[in-house]
Ligand binder design. Structure first.
Ligand code: FAD
Length: 521
């Protein structure tokens, strides 16, 4: 009975409806609405609680956490979401509500045990194909923007913008996540050093707060909510619209990979390259990097087959290779000079001579060519750890984590280990996201696919990495944080915690939203 304890105190009518829900849930296995609440007919009609829907809502990309909700709302309007939240608020024991974008979380963040999951993708029908609306400023394309439904995926934003010769400026490595789902985290990738994370490229938001009120907010209007929501792990409201900054799009990309055997040379070169970060600088447009420890198939595909033996022998000599990934955008008007520009930019970099690889690709193909798996569910459970590391301690991570933990343990896995820096000046400190207190900090991501037999070993490795960072006093901040105790959350947000808590009290005082993050529930 614990499963239904959240509704212990509800009125008789709700109790009766609840019994109906239990029966419905037990009997029905096909897609079927359920009347769990004394709410408007629209909500009741769109609350679904058949087993297939509930099982899907209790699964995410990680394939490790499964929290079953009571029902899933498949909203056909924004108003329904707001009404649902109001119904919860009206109860003496409110139920929790989680927005679910693309469920690309790996630790159950979009789940709501014994609560309601809102399947945001259903808003697509409500938008009638107008989920992304582009505003192009003809005089200055840099002032252009897109009004985007929170449920839209980034690849659709890209396609819509490209039709106007425009593009969002900052990307993640995966374009199949929802706009709302990334904006409550940060959204980081190769362009972050230059334009900041995706949350730094938002002009305005429509948010349904934890009280069920629809609010339009920006840096100038209701700014507490605006900054709170950006990087706020879904705690203060559900994003139904985001105004995303756009700029002129290029058509092609010179994509490069330079191999390093020396970590210090790799990180110095990366930090030099991200110091050239003005919009008009003659600089690279994307700077990322990853490690080569095993010959993971998705990593080697960029390199010419005939070169694999010599790359392998370099790897055998050094144990770990560091691959600097660079990109320079161009179009027909700059095509003639792109090779010289790139040559000038790489001159003086300390990669292993002759281990430089280049490709010319279409802009959209470049954005889609991430090393990460893309759509749908992965083949096995994911063991992921993402941390932001202060720049001054990145060599300790190389020694203590890459060499002494990951290389030594030699666990075979599909996946990738990323390590690349970004500039703190491109982040706005008013936003909720927690980052290290240094001008340059790195994203280090250890993303591995395990099997159900090996998952524990992989997760233990992640815990060892965290312990190493703690024991060595490396002031890391977790990105896409894993479950934490209340004390750990306070520590995670640090000086931002008091404001984070105040914002929660103001906009979601009954602690209804995003329970899967495990912060207040
Ligand atoms: P979900 O998993 O559905 O939800 C995540 C959280 O956001 C939940 O708490 C949910 O309740 C909340 N939420 C969802 N929609 C809304 C909304 N509209 N309003 C308010 N809250 C909402 N991240 C990066 O920064 N850079 C990367 O390069 C990157 N690469 C990735 C590659 C892969 C293969 C995967 C699986 C993930 C990657 N991520 C990356 C992480 C990803 O950005 C986050 O997991 C993101 O939250 C996924 O978006 P989603 O739509 O799937 O969110």
């Amino acid at each position: 009975m614990a499963r239904f304890s959240i509704l212990e105190n509800v009125s008789l009518i709700l109790l009766i409806n609840l019994v109906i829900l239990m029966l419905t849930n037990a009997i029905i296995t096909t897609h079927h609405p359920c009347s769990a609440f004394h709410a408007s007919t629209e909500i009741s009609n769109n609350l679904v609680c058949d087993n297939v829907t509930l099982t899907l809502a209790s699964t995410d990309f990680g394939l490790t956490i499964h929290e079953k909700p009571l029902a899933v709302l498949e909203p056909t309007s924004i108003t329904e979401i707001s009404e649902l939240i109001k119904v919860s608020n009206s109860l003496s024991t409110p139920f929790t509500i989680a927005a679910r974008g693309q469920a690309h979380s790996v630790h159950g963040q979009a789940m709501a045990r014994e609560g309601i999951v809102v399947n945001m993708t259903h808003l697509n029908g409500y938008r009638h194909g107008k989920g992304v609306v582009i505003f192009r400023d003809e005089k200055d394309p840099w002032n252009s923007y897109a009004d985007v439904g929170g449920e839209q995926v980034w690849s659709d934003v890209l396609n819509a913008a490209l039709e106007y010769g425009l593009t969002p400026l900052s990307w993640t490595d995966n374009l199949f996540t929802s706009v709302g789902g990334t904006l409550v985290n940060a959204g980081v990738g190769g362009q972050t050093f230059k334009f900041g994370p995706q949350i730094a490229n938002v002009y305005e938001l429509d948010v349904i707060t934890g009280k069920g009120v629809l609010v339009t907010c920006s840096a100038k209007r209701k700014s507490k909510l605006f900054y709170g929501v950006l990087g706020g792990l879904g705690q203060f409201g559900i994003i139904t619209r985001a105004r995303i900054a756009l700029g002129p799009a290029y058509t092609k990309v010179k994509s490069l990979r330079l191999l390093y055997s020396d970590f210090s040379a790799y990180s110095k070169d990366q930090e030099y390259l991200i110091s050239l970060n003005g919009r008009n600088d003659n600089a690279f447009d994307a700077v990322e990097g990853f490690l080569m420890i095993n010959q993971w198939p998705n990593i080697i595909s960029f390199f010419p087959t005939q070169d694999l033996p010599r790359i392998n022998s370099l790897l055998a000599q050094h144990n770990i290779l560091y691959v600097l990934e660079l990109a320079k955008y161009y179009d027909n008007s700059t095509q003639d000079q792109i090779d010289q520009d790139v040559e000038r930019l790489v001159t003086g970099l300390k990669y292993v001579p002759t281990f430089k690889y280049e490709k010319d690709v279409l802009y959209q193909n470049f954005l889609h060519s991430s090393e990460n798996p893309g759509q749908g569910l992965p083949g096995g459970p994911q063991s992921w750890l993402d941390i932001f590391v202060p720049g001054s301690r990145i060599s300790d991570i190389n020694e203590g984590v890459f060499n002494n933990i990951i290389f030594k343990q030699n666990l075979t896995a599909n996946g990738i280990i990323l390590a690349f820096p970004m500039n703190r000046t491109k982040w706005n400190d008013k936003m909720s996201v927690a980052i290290p207190d240094e001008q340059v900090f790195y994203l280090v991501s250890v993303l591995q696919e395990a099997t159900y037999d090996t998952l524990k070993t992989f997760d233990e490795q992640k815990n060892q990495i965290l312990e190493f960072c703690k024991d060595s006093g490396i002031g890391i901040k977790q990105y896409l944080p894993r479950n934490k105790t209340h004390e750990e959350w306070i520590q995670h947000f640090g000086s931002k915690w008091q404001n984070f808590k105040d914002t929660k009290n103001k906009f979601d005082p009954k602690r209804i939203l995003a329970p899967g993050q495990g912060i207040f529930n």
